[in-house]
Design a protein around this ligand. Sequence first.
Ligand SMILES: *Cc1c(COP(=O)(O)O)cnc(C)c1O
Length: 363
Amino acid sequence: MRTRTETYNFAAGPSTLPEEVLRRASEEMLNYRGCGYSVLEMSHRGPLFQEILSSTTYSLKTILQVPDDFEILFLPGGGTQEFAAIPLNLMTEGGSADYAITGYFAKLAAEEAEKYGRVQYCCDMSSENFCRIPDQSDLRFHDGASYFYFCANNTVYGTEWQYDPQTPGIPVVADMSSDILTKYINFHNYGLIYAGVQKNLAPAGMALVIVRKSLLGKELSITPKIMSYRLQAEKESMLNTPPCWNIYMLGLMLDWVRSIGGIGELVRRKEQRANLLYSYLDESSLFHAHARKGSRSYMNVTFSTGNAATDKEFIQQAEASGLVNLKGHRKLGGMRASLYNAMPVEGAEKLVEFMKEFEVHHI
Ligand SMILES: *Cc1c(COP(=O)(O)O)cnc(C)c1O
């Protein structure tokens, strides 16, 4: 038995949510604001849910400063569904798209897109075991590409783009599943951004898609209606029953973000958390960071001792001390500390303290 207060949850996703958000959801679970029933039992076409949908959309628009020429969509299926939806909606018939291969999810997205058109790589960082992000000058674009796709934060390998890649006029598509709402976004540089919501926004199963209106209406004829961005935009994400609970939870999360001071405060906290961990990793003689300086993720810090047995021991002892879900992804091994928005700075402090203590006994 472990209490919530004694636990720091470093899970990569689904991941920690602010206690205030969970508390409010539980208070409103049986009776939503005096209507006599739950959000889970509410018609999605009724006025109560319409208000939830419009206020969630409005909060996102204001917090992320989404310009008027973008559409905000809440779609079922999570991040992976968008791996298919993006080529279906943006690839021209018989056309091609450019992909930056910087990690696990970027590779999966490229493999999915190959079903709908020709995929060309702008870079492939696999030969360096995805320990860094390419420089702008390393990216090779191809004539006639319908779009350029990159994964802004590589959840598995712990690397993150620290700049907005520029293309020769090709619309830019970004998977921000694991770093949305952790930075200001300059929408001028993007055609579409999307995120599976279970890392920084809400419970799993939904994707948030923010797409430039001028990119709508180009879908391939085989595109299922439910995956058409144009139709979903026309129907305000209600082509069918939307993921109501996720949209409601996202609304609560955004209320929380606003209450603590918005993106500016989230940026301050993420820098504090990640800097604590990376500066210790850089001086430790036991633990080593996987990602190179200049490419490191603020959200997913990947590290190891270089010895699988010691890693395993570390993960077990950390777990016993309430620092849970630190096991790395099977592709990379070692450890991964995911420091999403809801992780208090204290969580990173406790982890570094624990690592120092562990190091003393293992060196
Ligand atoms: C988790 C994740 C996904 C997959 O999301 P699902 O909702 O599980 O399909 C895609 N891309 C990135 C960057 C992720 O972190």
